[in-house]
Design a protein around this ligand. Structure first.
Ligand SMILES: Cc1ncc(COP(=O)(O)O)c(C=O)c1O
Length: 399
């Protein structure tokens, strides 16, 4: 068969090929499950996202995938980086990012991490609570330095995503309430020698596929931004976070471009005339399509109730299906026209019933020893992997 499954997964002579350069995936079959990343594809995704706003700063959210080669590729392409731990800051600096390209987010920054960020002079610390703000001021005072801060605001808006990846509602642990402004202002006024307040940040959650909530949040955020300016703070940075969704099921890049177009229109219409420096923190949109996970079928177990494909990968390498009931396309490495399709639960070796990659999925009749390819695994895959059950961690290979 010569047939495209999507723009970036294609059967050529019955073998699965990946990426715009059509790499034959069977060359990456290993005994250990293997993530394969297409660096050029990832760079193209970044450039595509970046092109509508040449003046914005795009801080790639490296939690999605912190592979050093991916970081170096994006840094060379012009990206900055959004980090959420001292470890991420360190890895970003080791891979070419300059301190003034690093934003430090996250709700649980320790003293050691704040000290490190201040010592390294990172571009901006996105603050998520009043005690954190006070801690940053105190640490900067000890060092006789000024820390550059922006506030992550929680606008209490529903973006209609899985509850575990929604972050912009009152019930979520993220961000400062707009109503906390009087207390924030007091801390700022008491600490003018240590805090350099530059703007607001927001991140509503991940996998936004419809943008009404985003639009509503942006308008609230603009009103708050203007109120702060009226209070005499000359802020300029407007960090709209990440969260733009991708299409795991349809794998349709054109539809994603259209969604990006709507996103750009909304941001431009809300921010027009505001005289701001726009910042973004996308993760998934840049890297998800650029990675696949390759795994070997260990057993085909058929019972009167279910058919199972038991792989040597599972929730310990790709936890998204177990954690968020997320969908990933799964395809045989080699297509065999003579075989019928059969319904399978595709599961891993881990001793948990939540260890599955797909349920009731139709795949060609499969055999032990054959390989399958799990698509769109470039974001929140390897980075969330563990060695649970003392299984081997996955390999990661870039081309
Ligand atoms: C603060 C922050 N910014 C950006 C992102 C990136 O989100 P996404 O990968 O959905 O673009 C995240 C993800 O959780 C985040 O927590």
């Amino acid at each position: 068969m010569n047939q495209p499954l999507s723009e970036y997964l294609v059967y050529l002579n019955n073998e699965l090929h990946f990426g715009p350069s059509r790499q034959k995936l069977s060359q990456y079959c290993n005994e250990t499950p293997t993530y394969v990343y297409d660096l050029d594809f990832i760079k193209q995704r970044y450039l595509h996202l970046q092109s509508p706003w040449p003046l914005a700063e795009i801080h790639y959210a490296m939690k999605a995938n912190a592979h050093p080669e991916i970081l170096r590729t994006l840094q060379k392409a012009g990206a900055g980086v959004d980090t959420v731990s001292g470890g991420e800051i360190q890895r970003a600096l080791e891979n070419g990012f300059k301190p003034n390209q690093v934003v430090f987010s996250g709700i649980g920054k320790t003293i050691a991490e704040i000290d490190y960020a201040i010592d390294q002079n990172v571009e901006q610390i996105n603050v998520e609570s009043l005690p954190e703000l006070q801690r940053i001021a105190d640490r900067a005072k000890l060092k006789n330095k000024k820390a550059t801060v922006a506030f992550r605001v929680n606008p209490n808006v529903d973006i209609k995503t899985h509850p575990y990846i929604a972050t912009g509602l009152h019930e979520n642990k993220f961000g400062l309430e707009i109503s906390a402004w009087p207390e924030i202002r007091d801390i700022l006024k008491r600490n003018t020698d240590t805090l350099n307040f530059v703007g607001l940040s927001m991140h509503l959650g991940s996998m936004m596929l419809e943008l009404d909530g985003f639009h509503e949040a942006l308008k609230k955020y603009k009103t708050f931004f203007q109120e702060i300016r009226r209070d005499g703070f000359a802020i300029s940075r407007f960090d709209i976070g990440g969260g733009l969704g991708i299409n795991y099921q349809k794998q349709n890049l054109l539809e994603e471009s259209e969604l990006l177009g709507q996103y750009v229109e909304i941001v431009k219409s809300v921010t027009e005339g505001m005289d701001i420096e726009l910042q973004l923190e996308p993760g998934r949109w840049i890297v998800a399509h650029g990675g696949v996970l390759i795994s070997e079928i260990q057993y085909v177990k058929e019972t009167p109730y279910k058919n199972f494909l038991i792989l040597n990968t599972g929730m310990h390498h790709l936890i998204r299906p177990s954690l968020y009931e997320a969908y990933h396309g799964i395809y045989p490495m080699v297509y065999d026209q003579a075989r019928k399709n059969k319904k399978y639960d595709v599961v891993g070796p881990i001793c948990e019933s939540s260890d599955f990659l797909a349920k009731d999925r139709y795949l060609q009749e499969s055999r032990a020893g054959e390989f399958v390819v799990i698509a769109d695994a470039g974001a929140y895959g390897a980075r969330m992997a563990s060695d649970y059950n003392l299984q081997k961690r996955p390999l990661e290979i870039c081309f």
